[in-house]
Design a protein around this ligand. Structure first.
Ligand code: CP3
Length: 350
């Protein structure tokens, strides 16, 4: 007689059900940049270890990935890493400067620079495989979200040499040398596809492609110069059968195109209400979002009022994963995130 068990498997988790637009007992919650950032226990374990070094230590990665799950009771973990890790792994000379972000020693501007972007192999990131295995074993029924940077956002760091407000060198290359631009994005798409596949094969239950800075583009330029490369990534990982999330900031005008690129769930920032976002992306997609991360600096009553607004806009959508409209801000009070998680669970319990 088969053994009867009531244990929930990761496949039946509330987060994955919502991604698949199946009925859920409550709206699942996780926060972009929940690992690291505001947690004192994170600052403690990171002491004296550079950001990119910490990403290569599987036990440390597992601990940091689990910290917000333990503390806030969120419905999914996000793998502790960074979007520039695969670039570092193929030998690009870059570093993450505290409080600044990724800085590239020699910016990419010419065809000769392409030579520095060789394909990524799983062996280049064997520490990722090990860390994902370790982490998923510890997480049990809680799903792990893997992630990567999208070609446009990665290209922006490579071409500008660091964080940029206007992306002027990136756009100059995109408009001025479309052939080189296409070659650059193709290579980045290939690297990213491998990086996501490594995480999925090691046990990640879902993947998110971060195109954080793509909101800087007009729709026609996105369609012509970026969508094909991002689409290649979603197509390349489709056979794994795990939900694929596509997120960017300031993408109100791009939402239909982000959906067209091939994701299952679209991440929405706080500028577009979720019901309007649903109209823009069309049927067949789950939505993730979209409380303004700055709202968490307001008193609890105001946070709850704004959360109710997000939940009201999401009411009736077939698949909703609650999140912030962008990452947790560094000075956020961790208790505000714990309260918010419980509040969303409570308000959406059915
Ligand atoms: O979500 C998580 O908590 C998992 C870990 C994660 C990090 N970076 C760790 C990190 C994730 C998902 C990212 C993604 C990332 N990295 C994005 C896309 C998401 C977004 O916010 O738009 C981008 C654009 C980057 C690039 C990057 N890395 C920036 C701009 C910065 C510096 C500023 C900052 O603190 O955010 C980083 C550094 C970084 N990545 C830190 C962490 C924990 C801080 C490292 C330190 O303090 O030394």
């Amino acid at each position: 007689m088969p053994c009867e068990t009531s244990s929930v498997t990761v496949t039946d988790s509330v987060f994955l059900k919502a991604c698949r637009r199946e009925p859920v007992p409550h709206t699942p919650v996780w926060f972009m940049r929940q690992a690291g950032r505001s947690l004192p226990e994170y600052r403690k374990v990171r002491q004296g270890i550079a950001m990119l070094d910490s990403c290569t230590r599987p036990e440390l990665v597992t601990e940091i990935t689990l910290q917000p799950v333990r503390r806030h009771g969120v419905d999914a973990a996000v793998y502790f890493s960074d979007i520039v890790v695969p670039l570092k792994a193929i030998g690009v000379d870059l570093d993450i400067k505290p409080g600044v972000g990724p800085v590239v020693a020699e910016p990419f501007r010419t065809r000769a620079d392409l030579e520095r972007l060789r394909p990524l192999t799983p062996e280049d990131v064997s520490y990722v495989t090990e860390a994902v295995r370790l982490t998923t074993a510890e997480l049990g029924d809680t799903p792990l979200i893997g992630f990567a940077g999208a070609p446009f956002t990665l290209a922006s760091y490579l071409v500008e040499g660091g964080p940029s407000k206007n992306h002027e060198h990136t756009k100059a290359l995109m408009y001025g040398d479309p052939e080189l631009w296409e070659a650059l994005l193709s290579r980045l798409a290939e690297i990213t596809s491998t990086f996501l596949s490594v995480q999925i094969e090691a046990g990640a239950s879902a993947v998110q492609l971060f195109d954080s800075w793509v909101g800087a583009l007009a729709p026609a330029d996105y369609r012509r110069s970026v969508l094909p490369a991002s689409k290649r990534i979603f197509d390349a990982v489709a056979h794994h059968g795990v939900p694929r999330v596509h997120f960017g900031v300031g993408t109100g005008e791009l939402l239909p195109l982000l959906a067209e690129a091939g994701a299952d769930m679209i991440g929405v920032d706080w500028r577009v209400p979720l019901d309007e976002a649903a109209r823009r992306v069309g049927p067949g997609y789950a939505l993730q979002g979209n409380l303004d991360p700055a709202v968490l600096f307001a008193p609890t009553a105001a946070v709850e009022e704004q959360t109710d607004r997000v939940l009201a806009a999401a009411k009736g959508l077939p698949g909703h994963v609650f999140n912030l409209g962008h990452g947790v801000l560094p000075d956020t009070d961790p208790d505000a995130l714990t309260r918010l998680t419980a509040y969303v669970h409570e308000r959406t319990a059915r």
